[in-house]
Design a protein around this ligand. Structure first.
Ligand code: TRP
Length: 333
């Protein structure tokens, strides 16, 4: 008899943005695709999180569609993983309320992302922006994942989700799995091409500082050719060669080569050659994703069928956990 070994569960979400970048791709999304074989994965478009900053409704709607389409275009497979849109599974908001009544004001007030975002959007410091990590905890805890792949900027939020889960279990009895952060072996932290001290971000005013997953080949190569380096020479990782180091990271993440292998490959080469090679490698990797995306986004009814089906499957899991939590708290079901 062959024994069936249950796969460990993974959950992660990404906010809908019209312009996901090479940083999102190498830092997170490429790993999601790789995790599909080894784990039982659930991935969602976190559209409820997006309205913590003001959104234009028509644009938000379009970005939800395109982000979901992009997940498919990257190779996330609805046959293997559960892919859905957060707002289509109402248990997320509902559990979030129950969890928020079990979360302290002080715990939220010290979240660094809240402090940063409220400084940046000082005209709209809404309560949702404040309690955003509680909604994120609900996203996670509903699916009882063992691992949650998150970038450095979300680690504090994952810690809080763990604290909330532990506290709830202690007070009401065992309901939630306490998840671990998943730091992928090949996760890359991609920096701005114009200022390698800063993380690559689509909100950067200088469009040359970031590459969108859906940029065309010429644009990608042009941006890499313009990437800031230093006045020296030699292609190797170093604290005082942040621009070159960033390009080595990108090239390594794309090709699967180690830093040493990349350094060896470009020994004796100039910066110009190296920048072009990185640009071409990135363009080659992203081209099929863009081609897939163009096809997928053109078939709206198929896209809708897929996200509705994903939401149904997600809700089956979410509802169980939600009811269990509600019962423990004392609600009448
Ligand atoms: N807050 C995350 C971000 O902005 C997105 C997110 C929402 C998320 N819910 C999540 C990530 C649950 C991991 C797990 O990047």
């Amino acid at each position: 008899m062959c024994e069936i070994i249950e796969k460990k569960k993974v959950l992660s979400c990404i906010q809908p943005s019209g312009m996901l970048t090479l940083g999102n791709y190498l830092g997170a999304l490429k790993n999601w695709v790789n995790m599909q074989e080894e784990f039982d994965c659930t991935f969602a478009v976190a559209d409820l999180h997006a309205i913590t900053v003001r959104q234009e409704p028509a644009k938000l709607r379009q970005q939800i569609y395109s982000t979901f389409a992009l997940l498919l275009a990257l190779g996330l497979d609805p046959q293997k993983s559960t892919l859905f849109i957060q707002s289509q599974v109402p248990e997320h908001s509902a559990l979030s309320w129950v969890l928020s009544c079990n979360t302290q004001f002080g715990e939220m007030a010290r979240m660094t992302q809240f402090k940063d975002k409220s400084a940046k959007h000082s005209d709209n410091i809404n309560v949702g922006l404040f309690s955003y990590p509680v909604l994120m905890a609900a996203d996670i805890l509903l699916y009882k994942p063992n691992f949650v792949p998150v970038g450095a900027d979300q680690k504090q939020h994952l810690e809080i989700a763990r604290d909330i889960a532990e506290r709830f279990n202690r007070i009401y009895g065992d309901v939630f799995t306490v998840p671990e952060a998943y730091i992928p072996k090949a996760g890359a932290r991609v920096m701005s091409l114009q200022n390698p001290d800063k993380k690559m971000s689509k909100s950067d005013d200088n469009a040359n500082s970031w590459v969108a997953i859906l940029d065309d080949r010429d644009t990608i190569i042009r941006k890499f050719k313009r990437a800031v380096t230093d006045s020296g020479s030699g292609i190797y990782m170093s604290e005082d060669k942040k621009g070159i180091s960033n390009l080595i990271t990108i090239y390594g993440a794309i090709t699967g080569k180690t830093t040493q292998e990349v350094e060896k490959e470009f020994e004796g080469k100039g910066y110009g050659d190296f920048k072009l090679a990185v640009g071409e490698a990135v363009a080659d990797e992203l081209a099929p994703i863009k081609a897939n995306f163009d096809k997928i986004i053109a078939d709206k009814s198929e896209l809708e069928r897929l996200f509705k089906d994903g939401a149904q499957r997600a809700e089956k899991v979410a509802r169980k956990t939600y009811f269990k939590a509600m019962k423990k708290v004392g609600f009448v079901l």
